[in-house]
Design a protein around this ligand. Structure first.
Ligand code: IMP
Ligand code: MG
Length: 177
């Protein structure tokens, strides 16, 4: 009954596809209102946000552009820790109204490291839309402008989110048991 096993862990249904669909529609409606008369550029962060980005974009009635980028974090050559690299942002965002599309903001580290690089290019405005947010886990200050669901600090999969590569195709969001 809504229980699945992925790799070594058991997951149970946490957010139904119907609830996701409804919430994504509401976010799109808010964006349609906020960006009326503008032509925002949506930058979706791969891989996790592909499904949210597709569904969100489908509900937009304003003129809008969409591109995808990948943020890779890896251990640097020095022991200074993680480095975040941008892959594939080819668009010139100078003067544009940019909306980042994320699947989930957990610690906030990924976006916190990436935003200065975008701001450096002087967009006209920069907002963040994330389907999920784990407020208890967020350790880096970030202003999240559109949030689908605030959830507890527990691992989730489905609707684009994976556990070691698996689970992205699930229609519902599942939480680890
Ligand atoms: P952050 O930098 O800690 O905010 O984490 C950002 C990325 O980690 C997200 O975009 C996801 O790809 C991944 N992530 C964080 N929490 C989860 C989760 O519960 N399930 C699947 N992926 C997650
Ligand atoms: Mg992600």
């Amino acid at each position: 009954m809504g229980l699945i096993k992925v790799h070594d862990k058991e997951f149970e249904i946490y957010i139904t596809s119907k609830a996701i669909e409804q919430r994504v529609k509401e976010i799109a409606e808010a964006i349609n209102k906020d960006y009326l008369g503008k032509k925002p550029l949506f930058i979706a962060i791969l891989n996790g946000s592909f499904m949210f980005a597709a569904d969100l974009f489908r509900h937009l009635t304003i003129e809008a552009e969409l591109c995808f980028i990948k943020l890779a974090s890896y251990k640097g050559m020095k022991s200074s820790g993680k480095v975040v690299t941008t892959i594939g942002l080819e668009e010139d965002i100078f003067g544009k109204d940019v909306v980042i599309v994320e699947d989930i903001v957990d610690t906030g580290k990924t976006l916190h490291g990436f935003l200065p690089k975008l701001l450096h290019q002087q967009p006209n405005s920069l907002k963040i839309a994330t389907l999920l947010h784990k407020p208890e886990a967020t350790a880096y200050p970030l202003q999240l402008d559109y949030i689908g669901f605030a959830i507890p600090d527990k691992f989730v999969i489905g609707y684009g989110l994976d556990y070691d590569g698996q689970g992205r195709n699930l229609k519902e969001i599942y939480q680890v048991k």
